[in-house]
Design a protein around this ligand. Sequence first.
Ligand SMILES: NC(=O)c1ccc[n+]([C@@H]2O[C@H](COP(=O)([O-])OP(=O)(O)OC[C@H]3O[C@@H](n4cnc5c(N)ncnc54)[C@H](OP(=O)(O)O)[C@@H]3O)[C@@H](O)[C@H]2O)c1
Length: 296
Amino acid sequence: MSVSVSPTTATARLLPGKPVAEKILTEVAEQVAALRAAGVTPALATVLVGDDDASAGYIRIKQRQAAELGFASPHVHLPASASQQDLHRVLADFNADAGVHGVLVQHPIPGHLDYDRALDVLDPDKDVDGMHPVNMGRLALGLPGPLPCTPAGIEALLAYHGVPVSGREVVILGRGATLGRPLAMLLAQKRPTANAAVTVVHTGVADWPRYTRRAEVLVAAAGVPGIVRPEHVRPGAVVVGGGVRYEGRRLLPDVDESCAEVAGAITPRVGGVGPTTVAMLFRNAVRAAQRAVGQG
Ligand SMILES: NC(=O)c1ccc[n+]([C@@H]2O[C@H](COP(=O)([O-])OP(=O)(O)OC[C@H]3O[C@@H](n4cnc5c(N)ncnc54)[C@H](OP(=O)(O)O)[C@@H]3O)[C@@H](O)[C@H]2O)c1
């Protein structure tokens, strides 16, 4: 079903991420099974630094999911006192191991370590987050490679729910490296599920509501709780909540819940962009394995 911009509806249609993620993960499981049948066990390595409970929990969930999908998942746990060199050594070992196809470093990492420097050490072809500078360059040039997970998940979510962006005005609030900037590059590409007229607004655009109010699709990517309010939304528009801030375990989204009274369709407060982000991680991992054996 396609969603068009129409006059105000009382409550927006929800655009959940879970069915999108399930569809992607079903495809991933089939691709993993095909690789295993050909004698290749795709391996997604995970690296945890320190003893943060939440990070350890996220890694456990991803490892469990990796196992369910048929991946091998070698794991290294470094102590909180690990040095930058220790982390680089682990990544260099995984780079050199032809049996490891993807590597995930759980972030945040302890404050004395530099995540970006570590990312530079990782083989770009094993970067399942799609955040390595080489992969950002590939995205900018439209070359194949791992895509940043959250932007790729948003494109998949819109396509799954029949929200066309081709030829339409998409406004992204935020130009951060994780979300706003790569999403702008992705949705402006010449492909059927992209091809949008993309505008990016940020703190340098004082009157950013002028742009968001005309958006047919509005993506919040600022990380400022409640920054998007109904008066910033064009009636009937599609609103995607990407930006969130965590206060402890409390999730504070960019999009105020009252936007559902103005929007035509909207991602739910919980279970919107998050599940599709995780699914894209596994899609990047299986594609890395396919490429490594000449299937990609
Ligand atoms: N749901 C998920 O799975 C998921 C995954 C990844 C990231 N995220 C979330 O996505 C958000 C963005 O992350 P990021 O790393 O890409 O971005 P970021 O580096 O945190 O940058 C935030 C962007 O928002 C803009 N901004 C902040 N306050 C603003 C304001 N008051 N008015 C206008 N613009 C404002 C900033 O403008 P300037 O550039 O001018 O400073 C910047 O471009 C974060 O909340 C993050 O938690 C969610």
